[in-house]
Design a protein around this ligand. Structure first.
Ligand SMILES: NC(=O)c1ccc[n+]([C@@H]2O[C@H](COP(=O)([O-])OP(=O)(O)OC[C@H]3O[C@@H](n4cnc5c(N)ncnc54)[C@H](OP(=O)(O)O)[C@@H]3O)[C@@H](O)[C@H]2O)c1
Length: 290
């Protein structure tokens, strides 16, 4: 298969490209500034901004498209850009894929898009999913919980939150995560391209353990004390710092506090994978510290 991986130069994309090459596929990565240095030598690259319509030249000639384009939810909390990158970007990729008669379209969404928590990120991701579902393409949608591994944004973000001795954390014991290792996720995405049984499915995916944000912080820091901050205080703080783009906390981050970003029915089983066989965040961190 000739696969175009939009956003393939990012964190999940780099793992997926390696898996696709190992399985004998041809891979082209599309992003605004794809850096060939971070990608296997066999990968082709094409520079494109998906917020601009008319992606036919980029898509033509491929059999399948994977959409991994992202604006990190915690880095850019302003609604306008999430809409442009996640929603408009998906619209443009889907339209060009339909015109090109693409055989398979894989969309990365996220757990929590239908949780009722309204953030610019979730809203744009939900609208993007709808575009994919209503298309004439043979699509597969994945909604992973938070993804960890080499080059992820999640662990540095948590490290940034943590203070040396005591970490004050609003909603620390009310926010639930189910971290999945990127090297466990990437083969599932490749399966979605290859196996017709996955067409028309939306998979909710997580790792082997459910952790509160407080437990996650403690694992990443290797201990330490986490003190719960009253949500009312956090709400006021969010309003005050929301206009300050350099502070990674605002109204949308406040809304995510308390989110249950886990799945009771882990759809990794649809790929013949047992949740217990997946790598835990704790095991990964222990290896990193060795
Ligand atoms: N990482 C997680 O924990 C997680 C959890 C749930 C869902 N997801 C979803 O999984 C997907 C991949 O996430 P990731 O963590 O791998 O993201 P990432 O590391 O931030 O990579 C994003 C990719 O998108 C490209 N990109 C951004 N804006 C673009 C634009 N306007 N036009 C073209 N390319 C653009 C970036 O390259 P350039 O900068 O060169 O453009 C990069 O290749 C996303 O849909 C994300 O929402 C991720």
């Amino acid at each position: 298969m000739d696969v175009l991986v939009a956003g393939g130069s990012g964190f999940i994309g780099q793992s997926l490209c390696r898996v696709l090459l190992e399985r004998g596929h041809a891979v082209t990565v599309a992003s605004r500034t794809p850096d060939a240095a971070g990608l296997p030598a066999a990968v082709d690259t094409v520079a494109v901004d998906v917020t601009v319509p008319g992606l036919d030249d980029v898509i033509d000639g491929h059999d399948a498209v994977v959409n991994l384009i992202a604006l990190p939810s915690h880095v850019q909390p302003r609604g306008q850009r999430h809409e442009a990158v996640h929603f408009d970007g998906t619209r443009h990729l889907v339209a060009a894929s339909e015109r090109a008669g693409i055989d398979r379209f894989v969309q990365l969404s996220g757990l929590g898009v239908e949780s009722g928590v309204e953030t610019a990120y979730f809203r744009a991701k939900r609208r993007a999913e709808r575009v994919v579902r209503e298309s004439e393409l043979a699509w597969v949608i994945y909604r992973p919980s938070v993804v960890f591994g080499d080059g992820c944004a999640f662990i540095p973000f948590v490290e940034q939150l943590a203070l040396p001795l005591v970490t004050p954390l609003p909603g620390g014991d009310q926010t639930w995560l189910q971290p999945i290792w990127v090297e466990d996720l990437a083969p599932l995405l490749a399966d979605g391209l290859e196996d017709d049984r996955h067409v028309g499915q939306c998979y909710e995916i997580g790792g082997p353990e459910r952790l509160t944000l407080a437990e996650t912080v403690q694992r990443i820091r290797g201990g330490g004390v986490v003190v719960a901050i009253p949500m009312g205080l956090a709400a006021v703080a969010a309003m005050v710092v929301d206009p300050l783009p350099w502070i990674p906390f605002g109204r949308d981050q406040y809304r995510v506090l308390g989110l249950d970003n886990t799945t009771a029915d882990n759809d990794v089983t649809a790929f013949g994978v047992s949740p217990d066989s997946l790598r835990t965040l704790s095991a990964s961190l222990a290896d990193d510290h060795r």
